[in-house]
Structures are given as structure tokens and as C-alpha cells.
Design a protein around this ligand. Structure first.
Ligand code: WTA
Length: 634
């Protein structure tokens, strides 16, 4: 590790206590070991920390790259490591999940209780004909049953496809259809800011149009009136009370490379991509990264304030805390409900020791001032985390000073749905620089390069690349292996590098500063949205002929959406229509995808081949130089 004098910029050094207590006190040593023998490194971790029904005969198979395989011929189920094995130890009686609902109701599940619910629901799923390899779509609010549904699916070898509860009909429909799920698990409604979101009603609209769904299971959460279709819809609590809901349910023996789940995420063009993760590698990667980066100890109360509907929740609310035998907090609602102190109250109430959230949430809470957090005892916190977008140094410092009382290192973790786990991240023993995610996790070779793959100069912007495979990497895009190769592995196919789609800089100390996306993905409040899906929601409105959507930097949300629409002939450009179009996107895609600004225009800048030049729109909107326009059609 570089010593204090050598490092440039604003550097925060860890205290000796933090370094001593860390699982990995010496990054360089472990990183070097991992780099020297990557399969050896992961093989040792996998053997020492997890139970396998049958061990592998080879750690990594790279003969068919980029279709890498890990833990060849091993038999395992992630649920065996997340639940089953804890039934034999004292962990059985430990709180696995502490749930606080937005209205203030609370519920605690010990590992034993959680396993009981998962076994029963797994039996229900089996009785309903769900088999190994089937897809199950889950569309729910942030409640324990969401986790139970995911775990039960995994237990029986089915692949879950969770659709974020903030999405709407079109988004849900597209994801159900693409995965051809037979079963949908949803709830009557979800609590948000004191009101209810009509999840069942939205789900009904999607299910009516999706041919594949045969059964819908509905969890009662808000007690609102919902229509139940006889023969198709079943209450969760009714099913769980039937004899079919047996508490003895065998965990399906899976191959390490068998699919665990698909999770749709936005890409550059067209429909969302179904990222596919597997039982073995994902299990080893997520659990190890959580343990090392957040220095997880048995006495911790871990709070990942994300939603299970996104990869952050999959990896760091559902799977890795359970595999580590940790206690997790899950909170259902908004950080500001009923007042902007809700989160700080939760930290005090449950003695949260590690808080992991997104910069947008920090900026949002920062706006309300220090007096809200200062009313609470936050001294239980010992580590903080950030994810989802670059954290601006101002928000970093506020988080560090006000929430962490200058005592808690901040782990700024860069990763993606595709990577499955943290990739660029400090360990608690690392010197930190506000705004930098620092360096690659041990064994992860990160670089910043130009078009040809040459490293760019110090502090120069280039493309982020990952040189080589890792256990929790996506294996493919479900049903679309060509797009997998094309999207991630084609630009640097000669070198065999993975292209995440972000731009970044590397500083004098080798620290990485992620700048943002280089494609048409927009990060709004840390949520990953694709321009294509929002554009197709706009053109599905009867007045819109064509549209283009761009992300514009925003202080609070990171980016906001600006839309440009060409109307059909004869349609009048009115302020009311702009409002209608915003609502339309909200209804089709979900409130998070609503454009902040709608511009009604007569033409859009296009290349001669007809591709919309969003770069030009963005420059125009920001009042910047529009650059080279020689390829513009008109
Ligand atoms: C961005 C979220 C800067 C990045 C886990 C990436 C970040 C995309 C950070 C993936 C970070 C995530 N600093 N940018 N710490 N973490 N990103 O798939 O652009 O929803 O490519 O996964 O979020 O978003 P996704």
C-alpha cells in the first residue's frame, strides 16, 4: 500500500483499528496472489467457505471464451449455503431478516423461520407444477415474501425473474413474454409514501396480454380490494395453509453452472437484456465480496437499502447476507416518510452497523439538512457504502461527516447487473478518495484504455475494461448468446476483454474514477433505464410519430430524462399534451421513467443511415458545442 506522503489528492486513511479488524488487512498481497493464480485463488475460497454436494474437477474452463464456466462438474444449490446448512448450527436461531414496513409494522425472521417459509413455499411451487429450469416472474413491493419467493424458486431449481415493483404494465409484460414465465407472484399493493401502489391491477393488465402465465399467486400486503380471477389467481396465505405447503422440501441438486436467475436490464438498443447468473460462481463471488468489502462480522446489522428488484438487492439483500449468516434489515418504504428522519430512526432502532445505499439517496437526504440525522444516535454505524452512480465528493463528505461522524470508511462499489458482484471497490483497509471507487477487487484486472486498447494517460478519459473472467460474471444473455458476445466482448475481442460500457479515468495512484455510461443507458436516481424502452413508450401514444430520449445531468438524481417528440401530422403542440405524454410514460414504463422535460419538435438530428444522434441533442440541450456534424443527414 502506498504510504501517506506518496498519495495525491484528498485522501482519507483508515484508522489502525479498522485495518486490524478487516478480513483483508493487506490488499496488495491478496491481489497479487489472486492475479498470479486466479483459479487457485477462487478454488481455495470456494472450498473453504461453502458446502458442495460434489466438488469440481476444474475451477475455470476458458476453452470456449467468452462463455466461461466455473467450478466444472460441481454440484451445489445456492440455497443449501444460504439456508440449509445454517439449520445445523447456532445461526439457526439468529435473525436473518428484520423487516420494517412503511406503516411501522415490524417482523423478524430467524434463519429457522425463514427456512420454514421457504420450504413451504417451495412445496407450493412444486405442487403447482413449477419445475427445474422453469421461469417464475416476481413483481412485488419490498416485503419479506419477495425474498421468500426468490429463495423458494432457487431451491427447486426454477429461475426467478424479478421485475422491479416500480415498473408498470409494458415493462412487466415485455419481461414476462421474453422469459415465457408460467407463474407470476405479486401482491395486492405496495406501500409508498403513505399511499398504495396498485400492483395487482398493473399485473392483471400485463397477464391478460401475456399468453404464458397460467397461475398468479397474490400476497396480501395493503388489504386493498383486488379482483381475483377464478382458477388463475390464488392468495399466497391460502396456499400456504394447505397441506401441499409441506415444510419438508428437498433442495434441488444443481450443477454449478445451472441458471439461478435472469434479471432484465437496459442496454443500448431494443428490448432489455436478460442477464443470466448461475448457482456456483454467483454464490462464491457475491458472498466473498460482501464479507471482504464490508468486513462482515457475526454481530453486524447489515442494511442494504436497495430494492430486491435490482441486482444490488439480489446480490446484497437476498443472497450474500444469508450465505454469510448475517442479519439484514429490509425497509419497505420511502426514506422521507413520514419525515426525512425515517432512515436515521431505523439506524438507531435496530443498531445498524453497516449502511449501503446510492448517492441519489444521500443527496436527497442531505437536502433536508443535518438536524434530522443529528437527532439520532448513529454511533452503531462502523462502515458505509455507495453504489449505482458516481458519488460526487460533496455528497461523499456529507455522508462521511454527518452520518459516519468521520469514523466510518465509505466503500464506493462499482459494479453492474452483469458483473453480479463488486468489481471496483476499496476494502476497509484502503486509503479513500471521495468520488473514486479506488481499485479492482482482488483478482479483478481493471484498466482504462482507448479505442485500440492502449492504456490512456494518467487522468485521461477512456473506456473501462475488465481483463479476464470472474466467478459471478454473467454467463450469457438468456436466449441471446450472440448479443452477449456482441455487447460485451466484441470491441476488444483480440485481447479477450470485457467492456462494461462506462468511461473512466485512472489517477497517479492507479485509482479509478468512473465518469458515466458511453452508451444509451441513463442512470436516473441510480436506476438503470434504456432510451429505447422510454422511446417506445412515447411512440405508443397515439399522437407521437417519433421520439428520442437523452439523459441530462441533474444535481439530485444524477440524470434526468429529456424527451424529444415529433407529433403525427395534424396534432397540435400544447402544454397539456406534454403533461399527458409524461403520464403516459409513467403508466407504461413506471414513474421512474417519466421524462422531466418533453420537447415537441419538427425534426431530429439523424445520420444518413437514419440513426438518431443523441449526442447532438445532448450538446444542444446543454448549450455545448455540437461537434462534428458531417455525418448528419440534414
Ligand atoms: C453505474 C448497479 C460509478 C455504472 C450495481 C454501471 C457506478 C452501472 C457505480 C450499472 C459506482 C454502478 N460509481 N458508477 N460506484 N456503481 N455504477 O446494472 O455506470 O443497475 O455501468 O448495477 O451503474 O448499473 P446496474
Amino acid at each position: 500500500m502506498s504510504d501517506k506522503k506518496e498519495m495525491t489528492g484528498d485522501v482519507y486513511f483508515p484508522t489502525p483499528e479498522v485495518v486490524q479488524s478487516a478480513h483483508i488487512p493487506d490488499y496488495d498481497k491478496v491481489h497479487d496472489e489472486a492475479t498470479a493464480d486466479l483459479p487457485g485463488f477462487w478454488g481455495k475460497i470456494a472450498a473453504e467457505n461453502f458446502e458442495w454436494y460434489k466438488p469440481w474437477n476444474q475451477v475455470l474452463d476458458d476453452t470456449n471464451a467468452p462463455f466461461y464456466k466455473w467450478f466444472i462438474n460441481a454440484k451445489v444449490n445456492i440455497i443449501h449455503n444460504a439456508l440449509d446448512r445454517h439449520m445445523r448450527t447456532a445461526t439457526r436461531n439468529k435473525a436473518a431478516l428484520i423487516f420494517e414496513g412503511e406503516p411501522g409494522d415490524t417482523k423478524v425472521y430467524t434463519y429457522q423461520q425463514l427456512n420454514y417459509e421457504v420450504c413451504k413455499f417451495a412445496s407450493v411451487l412444486r405442487a403447482m407444477g413449477v419445475e427445474k429450469g422453469d421461469r417464475v416472474t416476481i413483481y412485488m413491493g419490498r416485503i419479506p415474501e419477495l425474498m421468500i419467493a426468490m429463495l423458494a424458486s432457487a431451491k427447486i431449481g426454477a429461475m426467478h425473474s424479478v421485475v422491479y415493483g416500480g415498473f408498470s404494465t409494458e415493462a412487466l409484460l415485455g419481461r414476462i413474454e421474453d422469459s415465457s414465465s408460467k407463474l407470476l407472484i405479486t401482491c395486492d399493493g405496495a406501500w409508498l409514501r403513505g399511499k398504495t401502489v396498485d400492483l395487482k391491477e398493473i399485473a392483471d393488465k400485463a397477464v391478460e396480454r401475456a399468453g404464458s402465465i397460467q397461475n398468479v399467486i397474490v400476497v396480501k400486503r395493503t388489504n386493498q380490494e383486488v379482483g381475483m380471477v377464478a382458477g388463475r389467481d390464488h392468495w399466497y396465505h391460502d396456499l400456504m395453509a394447505l397441506p401441499i405447503a409441506s415444510a419438508t422440501a428437498a433442495t434441488e441438486v444443481m450443477d454449478a453452472e445451472d441458471p439461478l436467475f435472469i434479471l432484465y436490464t437496459s442496454g443500448t438498443t431494443g428490448k432489455p437484456k436478460a442477464i443470466l447468473h448461475t448457482h456456483g460462481g454467483y454464490m462464491v463471488g457475491t458472498a466473498t465480496t460482501l464479507k471482504w468489502v464490508f468486513d462482515l462480522k457475526p454481530e453486524d446489522v447489515w442494511w442494504c437499502a436497495a430494492d430486491p428488484g435490482w441486482i444490488t438487492g439480489h446480490s446484497y439483500i437476498v443472497y450474500s447476507p444469508l450465505i454469510n449468516g448475517a442479519t439484514s434489515l429490509m425497509y419497505e418504504g420511502a426514506p422521507t416518510f413520514p419525515y426525512p428522519d425515517r432512515w436515521w430512526q431505523l439506524v438507531e432502532k435496530y443498531g445498524v452497523t453497516i449502511l449501503y445505499t446510492a448517492p441519489t439517496a444521500i443527496r436527497g437526504l442531505m437536502r433536508f439538512g443535518e438536524s434530522w440525522p443529528n437527532r439520532y444516535d448513529l454511533s452503531s454505524l462502523r462502515l458505509l457504502g455507495s453504489v449505482g452512480e458516481p458519488i460526487n465528493p460533496e455528497a461523499w463528505r456529507w455522508y462521511h461527516r454527518v452520518i459516519g461522524r468521520e469514523n466510518c470508511p465509505i466503500m464506493d462499489t462499482w459494479w453492474q447487473t452483469e458483473t453480479g458482484n463488486f468489481m471496483i471497490t476499496p476494502l476497509p483497509s484502503a486509503p479513500l478518495k471521495p468520488g473514486s471507487a479506488t481499485r479492482g477487487f482482488p483478482g479483478v484486472q481493471i484498466d482504462v484504455v482507448d479505442e485500440e486498447g492502449q492504456p490512456v494517460g494518467i487522468n485521461e478519459e477512456g473506456f473501462l475494461v475488465i481483463k479476464g473472467p470472474w466467478p459471478a460474471m454473467l454467463r450469457t444473455l438468456y436466449k441471446d448468446p450472440d448479443r452477449y458476445v456482441e455487447t460485451y466482448w466484441s470491441r476488444y475481442s483480440k485481447q479477450g476483454w470485457y467492456l462494461p460500457g462506462d468511461s473512466a479515468k485512472k489517477d497517479e495512484d492507479g485509482y479509478i474514477w468512473v465518469i458515466g455510461r458511453i452508451d444509451d443507458v441513463i442512470k436516473v436516481s441510480g436506476y438503470r433505464l434504456g432510451t429505447a424502452e422510454i422511446e417506445s413508450a412515447l411512440v405508443s401514444h397515439p399522437t407521437v410519430a417519433e421520439s428520442a430520449v437523452i439523459g441530462i445531468p441533474d444535481e439530485l438524481r444524477g440524470n434526468v430524462i429529456h424527451a424529444y417528440c415529433i407529433l403525427r401530422s395534424g396534432v397540435e403542440k400544447t402544454e397539456q399534451l406534454k403533461l399527458d405524454l409524461k403520464d403516459h410514460v409513467g403508466e407504461e414504463m413506471g414513474p421512474i421513467a417519466k421524462p422531466t422535460v418533453i420537447n415537441l419538435v419538427d425534426s431530429l438530428p439523424k445520420t444518413r443511415s437514419g440513426k438518431i444522434m443523441r449526442r447532438v441533442l445532448r450538446a444542444q440541450t446543454l448549450g455545448q458545442d455540437v461537434g462534428d456534424l458531417s455525418t448528419l443527414a440534414d
